[in-house]
Write a protein that binds this ligand. Structure first.
Ligand SMILES: [Zn+2]
Length: 269
């Protein structure tokens, strides 16, 4: 089903749903916003325009699971909120202000029950300030990813990314596996394996996405999770890796747990 009218109908259903309308009211976006449905398939991004007090949101027609359509809509709302607040002052497209609004909108959407089963991942995506909705790993009721990650780079591409210490590394993609890039660093010595869903990677000639400010995970954070055998653990983050946390449990065991692991959450003291 890659029928534009089908996708646009799905957007319209979302916009008419009680929860989304309630959310729009909370952010004073329930009136004065015009939606346009455009025949744009290349980009998952919509476009938010705010001129002379009149707000418009253009929505593309890429066929994607509905929770992703909702993320795209809320992404554009965050642009409107940032532009409305800034008035005439120009705001960087996915800078701090946009990130702050995106976090507020997604937090409210989660409270509204709009992302059942994906609450933790949506909050992580928001806290990481990820501008690209495809970096959110949303799962269906069966726990399987709704959109398996697809690589944006191929072998031979010159890229840059941030390593675990937040340092910028440049290199050449040597191999693309199902889940990772193998990247030879320009220093000619190190080789990195970077998950294809990693947000802090960009073509060499572009700007790196802004570093994840306020990510909820850092060493010392108390967490709890239920392992594959159904046993509940409490512990502390000892290291934050690219896609996982190294956790020392109260019983003294070390675990590596993916950020988007469904049963991982912050523990409240
Ligand atoms: Zn945007």
């Amino acid at each position: 089903m890659s029928d534009a009218s089908g996708v646009h109908a799905a957007y319209r259903r979302l916009l008419l749903s009680r929860e989304v309308q309630e959310l729009a009211r909370r952010f004073a976006l329930d009136q004065g916003v015009r939606y346009e449905f455009v025949d744009e398939r290349r980009s998952f991004h919509g476009k938010a325009i705010y001129a002379d007090g009149q707000a418009r949101v253009r929505l593309p027609c890429n066929d994607r699971p509905e929770p992703y359509l909702l993320l795209t809509l809320l992404h554009e709302w965050a642009h409107l909120l940032a532009m409305r607040q800034a008035r005439r002052r120009p705001v960087p497209p996915h800078g701090r202000e946009w990130q702050r609004h995106y976090q507020a909108v997604l937090q409210a959407a989660v409270e509204q029950g709009l992302f059942p089963g994906n609450e933790q991942e949506v909050l992580r995506h928001a806290a990481a300030g990820e501008a690209s909705t495809r970096h959110a790993c949303l799962r269906g009721a069966d726990g399987e990813p709704l959109m398996p990650a697809t690589p944006s780079f191929s072998a031979g591409d010159a890229v840059q990314f941030t390593d675990r210490q937040g340092q910028r590394v440049t290199g050449i993609v040597r191999r693309v596996n199902q889940r990772t890039y193998t990247i030879a660093a320009s220093d000619g010595e190190r080789v990195y394996r970077v998950p294809i869903s990693y947000a802090q990677i960009a073509p060499l000639e572009e700007e790196l996405p802004e570093p994840a400010g306020g990510t909820p995970w850092h060493p010392g954070v108390a967490v709890e999770f239920v392992d594959a055998a159904g046993v509940a653990h409490r512990g502390q983050v000892v290291r934050v890796n690219l896609k996982t946390l190294t956790i020392r449990t109260e019983a003294g065991q070390l675990y590596r747990v993916g950020y988007s692991y469904p049963h991982l959450r912050r523990a409240h003291a």
